[in-house]
Design a protein around this ligand. Structure first.
Ligand SMILES: Cc1cc2nc3c(=O)[nH]c(=O)nc-3n(C[C@H](O)[C@H](O)[C@H](O)COP(=O)(O)OP(=O)(O)OC[C@H]3O[C@@H](n4cnc5c(N)ncnc54)[C@H](O)[C@@H]3O)c2cc1C
Length: 367
C-alpha cells in the first residue's frame, strides 16, 4: 500500500507533493497528461495578489508572495540550481464603481486586519498616480505599490515545485484515475482541478471556460500593474512588449478550448479603450482559453478531508486564484494530514462540509 497518492500533478498537486515530501512522507502523484495541455495552471495569467474580501484569501495571498520570493533558495535542486518563477512585482490596481464601493470599504477593513498594505484612493484621484487611466465612473480604487503583488510565470513555478518534490523523494507517474476506489493508499489527495467532480461527484467544482486576449499597443506602459476594472469585469496586464487582457464572459459546459474571439470586439476592446485611451490603438495579436476550477456554490476554495471517506482529502474550486493559493494550500493540507489540524493559516472555513451543506461563503473579488 502506498503512503500518499495525489491525483493530479498540476500546481496544487505539485505544491502539495513538495510540502508533504519535505515532511518525509512518501508521495506518488498520478497525472493523466504530463504535457499539461488543458490543465488550468499553464493557461493562467500568473497573478498573485492579497486584495480579496475574505481574510483567508488575503492571508493565502500574503503567503504566496513570501513563498515565491524564497524560490531561489528553497526550491533549488541539483538538476535545477537556479529556480525562478520570473516575478514581475508591478502590483495590482482594482477599480470599483459606486455599486461596489461599500463592499470594497468593508474589504479594506479586512485588508487592514491582515496587514495587507493595500492603499485606497478616490476614483477622482486616480490620475494623480496612474496618469494613463480615465477615471469616469470609478468611485474608489485600491492598489499596492510595495512589490507585494504582481505576476509570475506559472510553468516555471510548477517546474520548480515539481523538481524539488522529486528531489525530496516524490514520484510523478503518468496515469488516469477513473475512481477514487481504485487507489490503495493510506492517504489520497484529490488535486484534480476543474475535473474534481469526475472523482468526487458531490463537489460542485466544474470547468468554466475563460478567454485571454493578447494585444499590442504603440504606447507601452511597462510599469502598469495587473489592473481590474470591476465596472466591466475586464482585467489586463503587460506581457513583455504586449498586454494580456482577460474577458469576464465565461462558459460552463464548453465543448473545446477555442477562444471566444467575438468577445474581443463586443466587450473587451471597448472596455479597455474606455479605461485607457491609449488602448484605442491596440491590435489583437493572439489569445487562448483555459478552464477555471469554478466552485459553482460560492466561487471559493474547497479544501480538507472529505467526510464521507476515512482517508480522502481534496483541494479545488479556486475560481481564478489556484496558482497563487497553491503554496498556502499545499502547506495547509500537509499540516492537516500530518498533525490533524491547520497550524499556520486556519482555512477551516473552506471545509468540504460547507459545500455538502450548501453553506455559501462567496468571495466577490473574482477576476
Ligand atoms: C485564463 C485563466 C487565468 C487565470 N489566472 C490566474 C491568476 O492570475 N492567478 C491565479 O492564482 N490563478 C489563475 N487562474 C486559476 C488557476 O490556473 C487554477 O485555479 C489552478 O491552476 C488550479 O490548479 P490545479 O492544480 O487544481 O488544477 P490544474 O492546474 O488544472 O491541474 C489539475 C491536473 O489534474 C489532472 N487530472 C485531473 N483529473 C485526473 C485524473 N482523474 N487522473 C489523473 N490526473 C487527473 C489534470 O490533467 C491536470 O493536469 C487562471 C485560470 C485561467 C484558466
Amino acid at each position: 500500500m502506498d503512503d500518499i497518492v495525489i491525483v493530479g500533478g498540476g500546481i496544487i498537486g505539485a505544491a502539495t507533493a513538495y510540502f508533504l515530501s519535505k515532511e518525509g512522507r512518501k508521495v506518488k502523484v498520478i497525472e493523466r497528461d504530463p504535457t499539461y495541455k488543458k490543465a488550468s495552471f499553464p493557461l493562467s495569467l500568473g497573478g498573485f495578489r492579497r486584495q480579496f474580501y475574505q481574510k483567508e484569501n488575503i492571508l493565502l495571498g500574503k503567503f504566496a508572495r513570501e513563498f515565491i520570493s524564497q524560490i531561489p533558495e528553497i526550491l533549488k535542486t541539483e538538476k535545477n540550481p537556479n529556480p525562478t518563477a520570473s516575478i514581475v512585482p508591478n502590483g495590482y490596481l482594482l477599480m470599483f464603481g459606486p455599486e461596489h464601493a461599500e463592499e470594497q470599504y468593508r474589504a479594506l477593513e479586512n485588508h487592514r486586519a491582515c496587514d495587507a498594505g493595500t492603499k485606497n484612493i478616490k476614483g477622482s484621484e486616480l490620475s494623480n498616480i496612474f496618469p494613463y487611466i480615465n477615471n469616469a465612473g470609478i468611485e474608489t480604487a485600491t492598489y499596492t505599490d510595495n512589490k507585494s503583488e504582481g505576476w509570475i510565470d506559472p510553468f516555471m513555478f510548477h517546474g520548480a515545485l515539481k523538481s524539488k518534490a522529486i528531489e525530496l523523494g516524490a514520484e510523478f507517474i503518468k496515469g488516469e484515475v477513473k475512481s477514487i476506489s481504485e487507489i490503495k493508499a493510506k492517504i489520497i489527495v484529490s488535486a484534480a482541478g476543474c475535473w474534481t467532480k469526475e472523482l468526487l461527484n458531490d463537489i460542485p467544482v466544474v470547468p468554466q471556460k475563460h478567454t485571454v486576449f493578447r494585444v499590442k499597443c504603440p504606447k507601452h506602459i511597462p510599469e502598469m500593474p495587473l489592473t481590474g476594472d470591476l465596472t466591466t469585469g475586464v482585467y489586463w496586464r503587460p506581457e513583455g512588449k504586449e498586454y494580456l487582457a482577460g474577458s469576464p464572459i465565461s462558459v460552463f459546459d464548453a465543448k473545446d478550448l477555442e477562444p471566444a474571439w467575438n468577445d474581443f470586439d463586443e466587450l473587451v476592446w471597448p472596455a479597455l479603450a474606455k479605461r485607457i485611451p491609449a488602448f484605442e490603438e491596440l491590435k489583437l495579436t493572439g489569445g487562448w482559453a483555459g478552464y477555471y476550477d469554478c466552485n459553482k456554490l460560492d466561487n471559493n476554495a474547497v479544501v480538507g478531508k472529505h467526510p464521507k471517506y476515512d482517508n480522502v482529502y481534496m483541494a479545488s474550486g479556486f475560481t481564478g486564484r489556484g496558482l497563487m493559493q497553491a503554496p498556502g494550500i499545499g502547506r495547509a493540507l500537509t499540516e492537516l494530514i500530518t498533525t490533524g489540524s491547520y497550524q499556520s493559516i486556519d482555512i477551516s472555513v473552506f471545509a468540504v462540509e460547507r459545500v455538502l451543506k450548501s453553506n455559501a461563503r462567496p468571495e466577490p473579488y473574482v477576476l
